[in-house]
Design a protein around this ligand. Structure first.
Ligand code: 13P
Length: 247
C-alpha cells in the first residue's frame, strides 16, 4: 500500500473543500486506486466539516498535530487526541519539523504518539535532519535518535507510519539524490525493524514533492509514499503527483 498525504499547514477555509472534492473524484475513478490511500490534514478548524463530508468517500481526514495531554484540560489553545478523534479525524501527524522547531521535546512527542494511538488515530511520525546536521554528516545519528527516543515496541506497529522529511528540503525545491534517499530509507527501516522486532512500518518521503519529481521516487521501492505540503493545496498538482507516480 502506498500513501499520498497532503499536509495543508496554515491553509484553508470552509470553501477550500472544493480542492478535495476534485481530488476525491479523480481518486474514485483512478484505475490504480486500490494501490494507495489519500489522506489530507487540513487545519483543526476544518477537520469536523471535512470529515463529515468525506465519510464513506475515498479521502481520509487527519490532523496536523495533537496536544500531549488527553481528554480536556486548562491549556489554552490546546487540542487533545480525544478531541481530534471526536470530530472524525483518523490520522494525526506528530513531530513535524515546524512544530519541533517551536520546542517540542522527545517527552512531549512520546506522549503525543501514545495518546493518539490510545484514541485509535494512526500516527504519521515525522523525522528529518537539518541542513547543518546533513553538512556535518550527522543524518543517520539524528534519525536514529528521533526514532529511538519516541517509538518503542509496545506501540501498535500497524497504526504507525514514519515520514522522513529532511528539513532543508521542505518548501525549498531541493530533494535528496536518489542514492542518498534510498540509503536513508533503508537505514530508517533497519532501525524500525530493530525497535519493533519485526517488519518495518511504512516509511514515506516528504520535502518538495511535485508532479515533476514523483516519477523519480518510484524507482526507490523502499519508499511507501509521500507527505506533500505546497503541492497538496492544488487539486491539479496533487493529482499530477499520483498520475506521474503510476505512469
Ligand atoms: P513541501 O512539500 O511544501 O516541501 O512541504 C513538505 C512538508 O513539510 C509536508 O509536511
Amino acid at each position: 500500500m502506498r500513501y499520498f498525504i497532503g499536509n495543508w499547514k496554515m491553509f484553508g477555509v470552509p470553501n477550500s473543500i472544493n480542492i478535495l472534492k476534485k481530488i476525491n473524484s479523480f481518486y474514485s475513478k483512478d484505475k490504480n486506486r486500490n494501490k494507495y490511500r489519500v489522506i489530507v490534514t487540513p487545519p483543526y478548524t476544518l477537520i469536523q466539516a471535512y470529515s463529515a463530508y468525506f465519510k464513506g468517500k475515498k479521502i481520509t481526514i487527519g490532523a496536523q498535530n495533537c496536544y500531549q495531554k488527553d481528554g480536556f484540560s486548562s491549556d489554552t489553545a490546546a487540542v487533545s487526541p480525544y478531541m481530534i478523534k471526536s470530530v472524525g479525524a483518523e490520522y494525526t501527524l506528530v513531530g513535524h519539523s515546524d512544530n519541533r522547531s517551536e520546542g517540542e521535546t522527545d517527552f512531549m512527542l512520546r506522549n503525543k504518539v501514545s495518546l493518539a494511538l490510545k484514541n485509535n488515530l494512526t500516527v504519521v511520525y515525522c523525522i528529518g535532519e537539518s541542513k547543518s546536521e546533513k553538512k556535518n554528516k550527522r543524518t543517520f545519528s539524528v534519525l536514529k535518535r528521533q526514532l529511538k527516543k519516541v517509538l518503542d515496541k509496545k506501540i501498535k506497529k500497524n497504526k504507525i507510519i514514519v515520514a522522513y522529511e529532511p528539513v532543508w528540503s521542505i518548501g525549498s525545491g531541493k530533494i535528496p539524490t536518489s542514492d542518498d534517499l534510498k540509503k536513508t530509507t533503508l537505514y530508517i527501516k533497519k532501525i524500525l525493524r530493530g525497535i519493533f522486532k519485526g517488519k518495518s512500518p511504512a516509511v514515506l518521503y516528504g520535502g518538495s514533492v511535485n508532479g515533476e519529481n514523483s516519477a523519480l521516487f518510484k524507482k526507490i521501492k523502499e519508499i511507501d509514499g509521500f507527505l506533500i505540503g505546497g503541492a497538496s493545496k492544488s487539486s491539479k498538482k496533487f493529482i499530477d503527483i499520483i498520475k506521474n507516480y503510476y505512469r
